[in-house]
Design a protein around this ligand. Structure first.
Ligand code: CA
Length: 503
């Protein structure tokens, strides 16, 4: 087992693979001067005051003071560089076509009548126009699961798409397009099989027409609680509509489909300094295999790519894609500026404890999960893709907000990388969890699906773990396997991104 990881020739720091005491000759000629926690950095050379600190071959920051060879480098010792400009970014100069071969070219999915991506699960999704209906709907969903679902064995689940939007909001504000688009597109999620069912209150600002279109606002699809005479009538209306939808959904069958019918989302949360060494590059390798096989993969999280945006631009296939990337970054820079912060507000105490000194270091690790494929499209938050291949969907980085945005974009499955650990999961699509270090898997053996920790210790290659992730993705997408979050029904609340005013 190796004791440290140095990523590129240019790097003047390395990270320790385990807690390391002071006074250890960690590599020939370098003796640790401090106790260094697992995943944290140490200097490979003497770094002068204001000298560059380089990892991933990029400048993470500048030394606030002189750092001696062998010293621990923590988050208090770096000055953040300015983020790269998004003006005139070179594009198309790093287009890789020799991607790793996909070992499988098909999966078992639910083909959808609208020609969009296939479903990976068969779920009755009950949409809501406003939070006010949630209490009633939660009671109804519990009854549907108990009394109706067992009669329809081909349907996997019933879920209420509840959220905090819909009323008490400035529905005509320009930025209201974000939450409205998210809810519209979640209603069209591939796992819902084109079946629409809406529970509305009756007096809210987000009308049924706005949510699902006037043509779908019919008594066959919509229960309006204010039109029902009391609670029992509400229950009866919801139960009887649910039964009709379940009868239709029960006819859906999986069939062998090409990977071009598959849309996968990549996300990370609770990252550490190993995330960019093991879990994210392994997921990136799987992403490259998926793209090679014809699938579509999206990655997101604006603040966590902002410092590496020039690297994404280099992979954009044309100027339109590059321009949309730049515009999304500009929009988010401005959004943060209005809140009197910048992207440096992103890293968490846990990220820092895990050895990530700042947002540059976090971003370089985060981008690794996108692999190396050409980027064919850039999406605004919650937009649906129109191209196949690697896509960048510009969503907030918060796990709880990114998830619903990617669901709105239509992902059939999410791959979630973590270093510190999170039990995150989604009700609408399965979430596979990949951890960056073996200690995490030992801590949570029945929450983490795959450990990429052996890449850190040098016992496995990125291609080994990447292939393992690829195969697990296809098994889960095909309904052959369930990740732990799905097995235990670990479902996070859908926090819909709403940058518009609340009234
Ligand atoms: Ca995240």
């Amino acid at each position: 087992m190796r004791d440290y990881v140095k990523l590129t020739e240019r790097d003047n720091v390395a990270v320790v693979t385990h807690d390391t005491k002071a006074g250890v000759e960690i590599m020939p000629g370098i003796i640790t001067l401090d106790e260094i926690p697992q995943a944290h950095k140490f200097a490979l050379v003497d770094i002068p005051k204001n000298g560059e600190i380089i990892r991933y071959g990029v400048v993470l920051g500048y030394a606030l003071d002189e750092i001696k060879k062998g010293a621990w480098i923590n988050e208090h010792m770096l000055r953040l560089p300015v983020s790269p400009s998004v003006d005139n970014m070179p594009f198309g100069v790093n287009i890789r076509r020799d991607l790793p071969e996909a070992p499988r070219k098909t999966f078992l999915g639910y083909k959808n009548p609208d020609g969009f991506y296939a479903g990976t699960r068969n779920i009755l999704g009950i949409q809501t126009t406003v939070q006010c209906v949630q209490g009633v709907l939660d009671v109804a969903v519990e009854r549907i699961k108990k009394e109706l679902l067992p009669k329809y064995p081909n349907v996997d689940d019933v879920t209420a798409v509840t959220h905090a939007y819909g009323c008490g909001v400035a529905i005509k504000a320009p930025n209201a397009k974000f939450p409205i688009r998210a809810l519209q597109n979640i209603a069209r999620h591939p796992n819902f099989g084109g079946q629409l069912m809406v529970v509305s209150l009756g007096c809210e600002k987000l009308t049924v027409d706005m949510l699902v279109g006037e043509e779908n606002n019919t008594p066959d699809n919509v229960v309006v609680l204010q039109d029902c005479k009391g609670f029992e009538a509400m229950m009866n209306a919801i139960m009887s509509m649910a039964e009709k939808k379940l009868q239709i959904l029960n006819q859906r069958r999986r069939e062998e489909l090409p990977l071009s019918e598959l849309l996968i989302g990549m996300q990370c949360g609770g990252s550490d300094a190993f995330s960019g060494v093991s879990a994210n590059p392994s997921a990136g390798y799987a992403a490259d295999m998926l793209v090679q096989g014809g699938a579509t993969v999206m990655f997101s999280e604006v603040t966590e790519v902002r410092d590496g945006v020039h690297l994404i631009a280099e992979r954009c296939i044309n100027s339109e894609v590059r321009d949309k990337l730049a515009n999304e970054m500009r929009w988010y820079d401005e959004y943060l500026r209005e809140g009197e912060v910048d992207r440096s507000a992103n890293p968490t105490p846990g990220n820092k404890k895990g050895g990530l000194s700042n947002i540059v270091e976090k971003a370089m690790g985060s981008i690794a999960k996108s692999g190396t494929s050409p980027i064919v499209e850039v999406l605004s938050p919650a937009e649906r893709p129109t191209k196949h291949g690697m896509i960048y969907a510009a969503t907030p980085a918060s796990d709880i907000v990114c998830g619903p945005c990617q669901l709105a974009s239509g992902i059939g499955l999410q791959v979630f990388m973590t270093g510190r650990g999170t039990p995150y999961g989604l009700a609408i699509a399965p979430v596979i969890k990949v951890c960056s270090r073996n200690e995490m898997k030992e801590q949570w053996p029945d929450i983490i699906d795959i450990s990429a920790g052996s890449v850190v210790t040098g016992e496995k290659n990125i291609s080994d773990v990447g292939t393992e992730i690829f195969n697990f993705i296809l098994d889960v997408a095909s309904g052959i396997k369930k990740p732990y979050a799905e097995k235990y029904n670990l479902h996070n609340y859908l926090c819909i991104f709403n940058p518009a005013p609340i009234t």
